[in-house]
Design a protein around this ligand. Structure first.
Ligand code: ZN
Length: 330
């Protein structure tokens, strides 16, 4: 995408789609497995090993938690999730047959549930009193939600996050996943970050992704994925999700760089595209593997040109989806 970028992501184009090949191959193998079980199985295992290790060409390395808080450009990232009262489709098994899992879909994500959290809400700007109310994030208190940022021309982060989330949902459903969005721009504001987190938890999500874009000074460019720090306090206990969330985040970062051509953020994360934070309610309160992705900087003209492009947003959604498939599909 960004042809004029002087610093393309290291070896981003060189790696051949990390996740795809082995899925495709796997299904082929499954067909023939009856015939040549031993050989095919060995080949499959080998393929998996190779895919696993080679997958993240630019697999960013983890970052010390200290890096997280306070770096520029994160003020807007909050998260949350949960439409009150809309107990998603999680438990919507019709009462007929005693068959446990309907799992109608096929694909590498069949039987998996992914919760997608479009950051902010376009109505938040008009409901500042409501979103400013304090909520308990376990380790402290924070605003219920925030307005998010905008590009200099007024394209709202909340519009961006909702658009990418819908594209992401379509991409994930195409892979067989059940997808739950934390909101669909069908409410005047919010939901609060506590509610956003609860939706992922109550859906027993296999993975949760909160979609955002940053709003920092021009010249700061690129994407980063935010991973939960290990925190414990009140309702917050991330000890069980720190590791899987990191794997999820690394998968997403690698694939996002590949599909979009974007480089990891040049203003935080030491070029890894990964940042650990302990101050986000949406992460602190999650009991399911979860990350945030800041897809780019809305206040930088070059990044904004990408973020406002539907074609680029499709690539962004595809990269996130591929990362989730890599995380869950194996
Ligand atoms: Zn945001």
């Amino acid at each position: 995408m960004r042809k004029d970028d002087s610093a393309p992501p290291p070896e981003s184009g060189s790696s051949v789609n990390p996740d795809r090949p082995w899925f495709t191959r796997r299904s082929t193998l499954v067909v023939g497995v009856a015939a040549l079980a031993p050989a095919a199985l060995a080949g499959w295992v080998l393929t998996q090993v190779l895919a696993g290790s080679g997958s993240e060409g630019q697999q960013p390395r983890p970052l010390p938690a200290s890096h997280a808080a306070g770096s520029p450009g994160q003020r807007d990232a909050k998260s949350g999730s949960t439409p009150s009262g809309s107990p998603t489709a999680a438990a919507s098994t019709p009462a007929a047959a005693p068959v446990p899992a309907p799992a109608p879909a096929k694909g590498p994500l069949a039987g998996k549930t992914v919760v997608v959290d479009p950051g902010h809400n376009t109505g938040n700007f008009k409901h500042t009193d409501e979103i400013d109310q304090q909520v308990d994030i376990g380790t402290g208190h924070k605003e219920c939600d925030t307005t998010g940022t905008t590009t200099n021309s007024g394209y709202m982060e909340a519009e961006f996050t909702y658009d990418v989330s819908q594209r992401l949902r379509a991409a994930l459903e195409a892979q067989g996943a059940k997808v739950v969005l934390t909101h669909q721009q069908d409410r005047p504001w919010g939901p609060c970050i506590t509610e956003r987190a609860r939706i992922g938890n109550e859906a027993n999500a296999d993975a949760v992704v909160s979609v955002h874009a940053d709003g920092v000074s021009a010249g700061s460019r690129g994407f980063h994925v935010i991973l939960p720090a290990k925190v414990k306090g009140g309702a917050a206990d991330t000890s069980k999700i720190v590791e899987p969330s990191r794997e999820l985040g690394e998968r997403i970062a690698g694939n996002f760089a590949r599909t979009t051509g974007s480089a990891p953020a040049n203003y935080l994360g030491s070029g890894t595209g990964l940042v650990v934070r302990d101050d986000l309610g949406g992460l602190n309160l999650s009991t399911r593997p979860k990350v945030f992705i800041e897809c780019g900087n809305m206040r930088d003209a070059k990044d904004a040109a990408q973020l406002t492009s539907p074609e680029w947003r499709q690539k962004a959604a595809q990269g996130i989806a591929d990362g989730i498939v890599g995380f869950l599909g194996g």
